[in-house]
Write a protein that binds this ligand. Structure first.
Ligand code: GLC
Ligand code: MG
Length: 246
């Protein structure tokens, strides 16, 4: 983990699929800029660590300084060259979380399709929801409230539905990382393309919404959110210029 020397650094936190990933040339250019400026780099993804590392190996890029996996339910810091799980974060998000009760409560909703087991973890329940979205989401919220079960509900890309512990999500995780790195809020930029990035844009950090973003993020109008015209990593570069980071 970085130490006090990170205090004056700038940090770029980028989602992977649909944000950093999508245009390889622009991605390599962006990563070159980040390294030449000595910015800290954080990935913030719905992927698990294995899949994130597979991407890093395939594209032959450097590991990020920290990594938020599984939609903010796992945080890793780069330590001696390895992305290492931060148990403190797991501890924090385990409060007020009853996974089995939520799964049972939703078991009979036929529109909810269970994602593969590799995407189900102690702190993440994930379905596909591809029809009757409005009605089903209303019913889910009603049931959860009635049962007094606390959870974050994240709907992305017209199909992914995640249930996460109340203290988790990409927003909670990036705040946690920024505190650990001891950074100033104005030195942080978050970048994303879809619903599971949305809460990162509500924290008041500078935010870049790439040009190819999904409607749920395209329609977001936060104070510090910049809507790039360019897509994927080229959109991030455009946004970094807008914020005078480069
Ligand atoms: C990623 C994860 C999936 C999740 C989705 C939206 O695709 O693999 O489990 O539902 O992100 O957060
Ligand atoms: Mg994405």
């Amino acid at each position: 983990m970085r130490d006090a020397s990170t205090v004056d650094k700038k940090l770029i936190c980028a989602d992977l699929d649909g944000t950093l990933i999508g245009d390889d040339d622009a991605m390599y250019k962006l990563l070159g800029i980040i390294d030449s400026q000595d910015f800290l780099l954080v990935f913030s993804t719905g992927r698990h660590l294995r899949s994130t590392l597979a991407f890093i190996d395939e594209k032959i890029i450097r590991k990020p300084d920290a990594c938020i996996c599984l939609v903010g339910t796992e945080v890793y810091f780069l330590q001696e060259g390895e992305l290492t799980l931060d148990n403190g974060w797991s501890q924090i998000i385990s409060q007020d979380w009853d996974r089995e009760k939520i799964v049972r409560l939703l078991a009979d909703i036929k529109e909810l399709l269970w994602q593969d087991e590799e995407w189900q973890t102690r702190f993440k329940i994930s379905y596909f929801l591809r029809e009757n979205q409005d009605e089903v989401l209303k019913e889910i919220i009603h049931r959860l409230e009635k049962a007094k079960l606390k959870t974050i509900i994240i709907y992305s890309c017209g199909e992914f539905l995640d249930f996460l512990p109340l203290k988790s999500s990409k927003a909670g995780a990036i705040k946690y990382i920024i505190d650990k790195f001891n950074l100033k809020r104005q030195d942080v930029v978050v970048c994303g393309d879809s619903g599971n990035d949305l809460d990162m844009f509500t924290l008041g950090f500078k935010g870049i919404i790439v040009g190819n973003a999904q409607p749920e993020l395209k329609n977001f109008n936060g104070e510090n959110a910049y809507h790039a015209v360019a897509q994927y990593s080229a959109g991030i570069i455009e946004g970094l210029r807008h914020f005078d980071f480069i």
